[in-house]
Design a protein around this ligand. Sequence first.
Ligand code: PLA
Length: 407
Amino acid sequence: MDSDSVFASVVRAPEDPILGVTVAYNKDTSPNKLNLGVGAYRTEEGKPLVLNVVRKAEQHLVNDQSQIKEYLPIVGLADFNKLSAKLIFGADSPAIQQNRVTTVQCLSGTGSLRVGAEFLARHYHQLTIYIPTPTWGNHPKIFNLAGLSVKTYRYYDPATRGLNFQGLLEDLGAAPSGAIVLLHACAHNPTGVDPTLEQWEQIRQLMRSKGLLPFFDSAYQGFASGNLDADAQPVRTFVADGGECLAAQSYAKNMGLYGERVGALSIVCKTQDVASRVESQLKLVIRPMYSNPPIHGASIVATILKDGNMYNEWTVELKAMADRIISMRQQLYDALSAKGTPGDWSHIIKQIGMFTFTGLNSEQVVFMTKEYHIYMTSDGRISMAGLSSKTVPHLTDAIHAAVTRFG
Ligand code: PLA
């Protein structure tokens, strides 16, 4: 009997708003079903992709008898950490050369955000973090659980389907001095709307003048433009001014290492001495949480990043993924235009990165899932990486029917 259980009063929790979409998709038996929920790259054939260069690195690791399975240090694989900092801050970054960056290997982007947030909750004087509206749904949960208090700043303007730059400047301008600000480094999720470099420069000046602390979430480096350096440019301008910041990196998307859970947290400090004390405290955050990070994924990344040929091969494969997404944007836009679907759909080709924030409302989303077996998050976000030339017509029909019916 249920009532005999000591857990009898546990109520059923709702599915996760993003990962729950995949759960629902998996239960659907329709041959036409299409999962545009989670941001996971698919090939033109709709299949998950393991990069050739990743296979190569794994082969290399398997053949290398010196590879062992000992515990890593609490901060992770040293090579991986160094190379990850170089990847985001640039090979010639003065902050790296001056040894004032500490980088610790964490459990992908999520784990890096969580470790960074717990460190801030313990050691930073301002416990408020500002996140954009909207943002990735896990952000407020991660920061709240780490002990930070979450406030929002305006970001997206539904009327223009672009950036509410004025609102952003007003809200950050009104934030208390020293507050933490979460910034999507590129390819903003879910909106696909990024500031221009000129706007980034204004944001940087405002934040530095008020002493706001930037915390970059870099989950899509290389996925916005297809170029790793171009996508890291906003972060690099914040480091170039000599100020401090945090950055959480994920290799889930750009190396397709989703399930390996490989990422890094870097904290750029004013001096080498501060950086080394910060690192000593990061170890105290990590040790009781999961002790030390897993070795395999980080070894794959380090193998690729330190070998010139493999690195180049990676950039080519990464660009191919970014290009396929960009071509999906064009194909979907062209198909909706050809069909004469009511409304302006130009945001599909203007937005950047993995997602299109379609503007479809929750009623239209429910309809498309029920009638067309197309799965997406209820805010109308679709993963362009889940689309292919073959499925564009089906999605076009569904959007057309949804906006005609519930316009
Ligand atoms: N930050 C942002 C902005 C993200 O979009 C995601 C993943 C992460 C961090 C964390 O990724 P990681 O821990 O796997 O490195 N967002 C996905 C998946 C792709 C998810 O929700 O977990 C999404 O569909 O939004």
